[in-house]
Design a protein around this ligand. Sequence first.
Ligand SMILES: C[S@@+](CC[C@H](N)C(=O)[O-])C[C@H]1O[C@@H](n2cnc3c(N)ncnc32)[C@H](O)[C@@H]1O
Length: 260
Amino acid sequence: MADSLEFSDEVNHALKMAYQTPDIVSARAKVVTALKLHEGQHVLDIGSGPGLLARDISQNIGASGSVTGVDMAGNMIDSARKLCDQNENVTFEQGDAMSLPFADNSFDAVVSTQVYEYVPDLNIALAEFARVLRLGGRGVIVDTDWAFPYWNAVDGDCRDSMINAWKGHCAQESVPMRLTASIKSAGLQLNTVEALPIMNTQYNENNFSYWLSKIIASFAKGRDGLTQSDSEAWLAGLDSLEKKGEYFFCINRYLFEVTK
Ligand SMILES: C[S@@+](CC[C@H](N)C(=O)[O-])C[C@H]1O[C@@H](n2cnc3c(N)ncnc32)[C@H](O)[C@@H]1O
């Protein structure tokens, strides 16, 4: 993981902004719907990040329910606790998706969004997901297919170099197409898979790809021979496409709904 994305304060800020765009707010709502939550349920959010999903879930399980967020990064736990300090049924603790600090069968529902690309072994992480979910419980997993970001550029070679460098941000490539096998090997039943496309035709702070481009530009510099000026040139190209009305971005996330 030495080369993977570091969740520094700069990345955390861009992530927090990206996760508040309408693109991701609506994707989160789909996750909450897919969980089919009930009052009084105990829910685990693995890799809870800034805590936005945990907060949304907490509003669907009543005061007798609980949401536990677990994340490996201490700074993520800090911001999630701050975000949810008014939500009494939400707690966060530091822990690893590869070895969850919870007993077998302890949650009615388990969710993990945008996390499995970072784990060293997908099968072990899914086995942990299954272990802590009670029999009959429901799970939702969301991951992005980073193999095919569809992104207009002024300089296609520069764009391709940035995207190639970005592929090094995670430990696992192409998680969505491998998830079905890992879900089965964990003994879970796969019920549905849904594509959640994100398409932006404008480049501004209200769109997911705006913040994603900032994270990629920051990650790429110094890798694969790319410099700060390569990153700046790519970002400037995106700005100029926006000014000409020619900006275009599309990527797919996939939502897997499972039961144990
Ligand atoms: C891209 S963020 C997603 C955050 C959140 N799930 C969401 O969708 O809003 C990825 C998160 O996974 C966490 N993470 C990465 N590897 C992890 C692991 N092995 N165990 C627990 N958390 C992990 C990171 O610290 C980060 O907060």
